[in-house]
Design a protein around this ligand. Structure first.
Ligand SMILES: NC(=O)c1ccc[n+]([C@@H]2O[C@H](COP(=O)([O-])OP(=O)(O)OC[C@H]3O[C@@H](n4cnc5c(N)ncnc54)[C@H](O)[C@@H]3O)[C@@H](O)[C@H]2O)c1
Ligand SMILES: O=C(O)C(=O)C[C@@H](O)[C@H](O)[C@H](O)COP(=O)(O)O
Ligand SMILES: [Zn+2]
Length: 379
């Protein structure tokens, strides 16, 4: 008989976003929601917590969170918004703020964002605004929010003039990424998040892109080690960049790879289910690689490799794949001119010399860019 005991599996990994007084941990693991109360305990005061979630997530995962808070005797209230991008609006923002103020809150009330990037961006902006700033915790429930939106403190809503044009930088106190909740996420939403995972490989980690080419289906299908690796490696990449440039005065703009084009496509489709953010980013990353290879700075074969990987999992790669859309290139160009990376009247673009070699520059060939957008819209 052996005396050996199997060591208990590590329940979660911890990453730190280093931002001085605003530093915080990202916990990544399976079934973390069951001990929500334990994980957030040090941020909860007598005033309790207000959970902001959407109807879909509340239906599936709020009971687990509430059971944990009830067992620990933590006072809680809930605000539930409709699921989907349309909740990142002035109307929903106002409604949530008024509901929470009517509850009677204090500066020590903790806001919890339980949901995907829509809930995280909205709840973060609500937290930044109420009483001029409440603490908040991100509990991301989509792949996209676990690998990207819950980290870094960009919060906000959309305006008629464009995507995320109203908001604030407001860092969470903690990010609790429970990879098991992704088991209830529809494949299309998983893929939208996967586009942002691929983005990290394309920015500056070609080995990660190689790894994804072999492990994509394991990441997407099972709550196993590959998914955890993908979430951890993505969060580590984002944390590293955000720690160096919290307010996007330089390097952070790299996280916008594919977004200048992607946000224009999203705005033109009316922020609905026609085109998800991650799908627009996938198309935008292809356009970025296409125009850079047309400008002779990136090998054309690399764009083909990216397209082939995105297609292999089922992501759309061309704007022409959005059904019922008749794209107007001039309107797309006008949207791009309102990008937050515009300075002195010129857009800073995230460009590329190939996989893992993204950089920022204003030196875009506008005619070649128009041609690349046209290829995407009329493929
Ligand atoms: N702040 C940032 O840094 C940042 C980064 C990337 C994206 N974003 C924003 O994030 C938003 C997109 O986020 P998203 O892709 O998470 O979309 P989302 O929040 O709309 O969630 C997608 C859908 O999945 C449902 N859902 C969420 N979790 C679920 C679960 N576990 N099981 C079943 N259904 C679930 C939601 O109800 C919704 O219908 C966009 O508005 C984008 O601009 C922000
Ligand atoms: O965190 C960042 O910085 C990013 O750019 C991450 C993006 O994936 C995200 O979509 C972000 O919301 C885009 O920011 P925006 O400033 O262009 O609205
Ligand atoms: Zn994004």
């Amino acid at each position: 008989m052996s005396n050996q005991t199997t060591p208990a599996a590590k329940s979660h990994d911890v990453l730190r976003v280093e931002l001085g007084a605003r530093s915080y941990d990202i916990l990544v693991g399976s079934n973390l929601l069951a001990d929500t109360a334990g994980h957030i305990a040090s941020f909860v005061k007598k005033a309790g917590v207000v959970i902001i979630s959407d109807a879909m997530v509340a239906d599936r995962h709020l009971p687990t969170v509430l059971a944990s808070l009830n067992a620990a005797g933590i006072a809680h209230r809930e605000v539930i918004v409709p699921a989907g991008e349309k909740s990142k609006s002035f109307a929903v923002f106002e409604d949530v703020v008024e509901q929470i103020l009517a509850m009677g809150i204090e500066r020590s009330t903790l806001i919890i964002a339980l949901g995907g990037g829509v809930v995280g961006d909205l709840a973060g902006y609500v937290a930044a605004s109420l009483l001029r700033g409440l603490d908040f915790v991100q509990i991301p429930t989509t792949l996209l929010s676990q690998v990207d939106s819950s980290v870094g403190g960009k919060t906000g809503i959309n305006s008629k003039s464009g995507k995320n044009l109203v908001g604030a930088f407001h860092q969470p106190r903690l990010v609790l990424a429970d990879t098991a909740v992704l088991d209830t996420l529809p494949r299309r939403e998983m893929l939208a998040g996967y586009a942002e995972v691929v983005k990290y490989g394309l920015i500056d980690d070609p080995e990660f892109f190689d790894w994804l080419e072999s492990n994509a289906e394991a990441v997407l299908n099972n709550d196993g080690p590959e998914r955890r690796t993908a979430v951890m490696r993505s969060c580590a990449a984002k944390a590293r960049i955000v720690s160096q440039d919290e307010r996007e005065s330089g390097k952070r703009a790299l996280l916008n790879l594919g977004h200048t084009f992607g946000h224009a496509l999203e705005a033109e489709t009316g922020y609905g289910a026609k085109l998800l953010h991650g799908e627009a980013v996938a198309m935008g990353m292809v356009i970025a690689h296409d125009v850079c290879s047309a400008m002779g700075m990136a090998p054309a074969g690399e764009k083909d490799r990216i397209v082939s990987h995105l297609k292999s999992v089922g992501l759309p790669v061309c704007a022409s794949e959005v059904s019922g859309m008749h794209w107007d290139i001039d309107r797309l160009m006008r949207h791009m001119s309102r990008d937050k990376k515009v300075s002195d009247g010129e857009i800073t673009f995230v460009m590329t010399r190939g996989i893992g070699k993204a950089f920022t520059s204003k030196a875009m060939d506008i005619q070649k860019m128009r041609a690349a957008i046209t290829r995407s819209c009329h493929a």
